[in-house]
Ligand binder design. Structure first.
Ligand SMILES: Cc1ncc(COP(=O)(O)O)c(C=O)c1O
Length: 471
């Protein structure tokens, strides 16, 4: 037991090995976008946990669907029996791709989804007799999950560091991120930048042997490593063209950016220039965090090409977990998806997201704003926004964070003031050692007034931290 007090001062002992160097306060209840803590305070969730909660907590339709499903049937094992909510959710997901997808498989979260993607992609070539294909090409400054397989696939040095020596290196290779504000060269046009990245991928195929490559894997909009970074225009079609040229698969990780988060159900529809993947992972917004206890969920969507490759040979997915496709997860997830449609929430997500970004830009980047000299970039779309700060400019000497990370100080200050926001570090260079960014990702049903509150609390927190650390 640890009696280290939580950051809100509460001292109930904890037997949890927490994921943060500090002890987080305990949440006791939640409704909509508001979460009540054990000290009685209520905070507003400006980031949906980790871009998970897309219709807030406790939506009546989802509660009803869950209760009905509990009364009907809570569990069957998918190697013995399928179930109606899983069949219905799979149909919804396949149809949502407008022809891009043929079949779907379920898992219990994002890392499992990406593990499943890696295995399905290999299974496809195994079944179709292309046994030499063992290499994946992913990107630096990416995140695909916290299992050993997905840490090997992705590349963020500080996240990998403790495990580097037990990761798989032989099958996982990396090319540059598509992160224009940091890595596009001076004088290079967007087209030239995309062409440089396309060529780098093609060179990597050549280096590995094009007939050894299983696929290229990328987050459609990068989430946790670099903080909501959409790719430059034309990037995904260019990368897909390389995969097609060499008979490899084009694979997208939409665990964070998918299921409506970017204002379209699939992020590639809007932020990938329509480049549909051969395989895609979804998770967070799929269950919407409505299903905390029984119903963590993720899914893998595959094109007809991949489905046929497997269907025409063994005919089944050589992969699985005990809780995948369980009726409660699927019933809750289906209810979340129905609410998004019936309440027209993708439109609200786009509208309120645009409003949030306009408030942030006006308050953080206007010439007389305190934060302007340090606000490097505000980017994103739909309900997913990243704010990147930089302390290398001429005014950097005017603040001193005494070795602490600005983003984490802002995250803590936000929570003090009643806002849940996400701070992240190490996204500004490929060594993962520099950079401060924050993510805001409110639920799709956020109101204009709530957006105003989120922006107010966020900007005040940024300014408070700057003032408290001015030299
Ligand atoms: C792009 C991406 N892939 C995979 C994952 C892993 O998902 P999970 O935390 O549900 O295992 C995440 C989580 O943040 C993610 O952002």
């Amino acid at each position: 037991m640890s009696t280290k007090p939580a950051t809100n001062g509460h001292v109930t002992p904890t037997a949890i090995l927490h994921r943060t160097p500090w002890r987080p306060p305990t949440a006791v209840s939640a409704e909509g976008m508001y979460i009540t803590l054990d000290d009685g305070r209520t905070v507003i969730d400006g980031v949906g946990g980790a871009a998970v909660s897309c219709i807030g907590n406790g939506h009546p339709e989802v509660k009803k669907a869950l209760k009905e499903q509990v009364d009907k049937m809570s569990y069957v094992y998918n190697m013995q029996l399928s179930n109606q909510p899983a069949e219905e959710l799979a149909k919804f997901l396949v149809e949502s791709g407008n022809g891009a997808f043929e079949l779907c498989g379920f898992v219990s979260g994002g890392s499992e989804a990406m593990e499943g993607v890696v295995k399905l992609a290999r299974q496809y070539y195994y079944e179709t007799g292309q046994l030499k294909r063992t290499n994946f090409i992913a990107r630096q400054l990416s995140f695909h999950g916290n299992t050993l397989g997905t840490l090997s696939l992705a590349h963020h040095p500080t996240r990998r560091a403790p495990y580097e020596d037990i990761l798989t290196h032989s099958c996982f290779h990396h090319v540059s991120p598509a992160y224009a504000v940091r890595f596009q060269k001076k004088g290079e046009t967007e087209e030239e930048y995309v062409e440089r990245l396309r060529k780098e991928l093609e060179d990597k195929f050549e280096e590995l042997g094009p007939d050894t490559v299983i696929g290229f894997v990328a987050e459609t909009v990068v989430g946790a490593t670099t903080g909501v970074v959409p790719a430059p225009k034309g990037y995904f079609p260019a990368m897909k063209s390389v995969c097609e040229k060499y008979g490899a698969l084009f694979i997208l990780d939409e665990v964070m950016s998918g299921m409506g988060r970017m204002g379209t159900l699939h992020a590639w529809e809007s932020f990938g220039d329509g480049a549909a993947p051969d395989i895609q992972a979804v998770a967070k917004g799929l269950g919407g965090g409505e299903t905390p206890r029984y119903a963590a969920i993720g899914a893998i969507l595959m094109s007809k090409k991949v489905a046929d490759g497997v269907r025409d040979t063994s005919g089944f997915w050589k992969h699985g977990h005990t809780y995948q496709a369980n009726p409660l997860s699927c019933a809750a997830s289906l209810a979340v998806q129905k609410v998004i449609v019936s309440e027209n929430l993708l439109e609200n997500c786009r509208t309120q997201g645009a409003y949030l970004s306009s408030l942030l830009r006006a308050r953080l980047q206007s010439p007389n704003s305190l934060a302007a000299p340090f606000t490097f970039d505000i980017r994103g779309g739909g309900g997913f926004w990243g704010i990147e700060f930089d302390f290398t400019g001429p005014q950097a000497a005017s603040v001193d964070f005494k070795g602490k990370s600005f983003a984490m100080l802002v995250q803590a200050k936000c929570l003090d003031k009643g806002l849940v926001a996400m701070g992240l570090t190490g996204g500004a260079d490929v060594s993962g050692s520099k950079g401060d960014h924050m993510i805001l990702a409110p639920a799709y049903n956020v109101t204009k007034e709530q957006v105003g509150t989120i922006a107010d609390l966020f900007v005040e927190s940024v300014e408070d931290v700057l003032k408290a650390h001015s030299t």
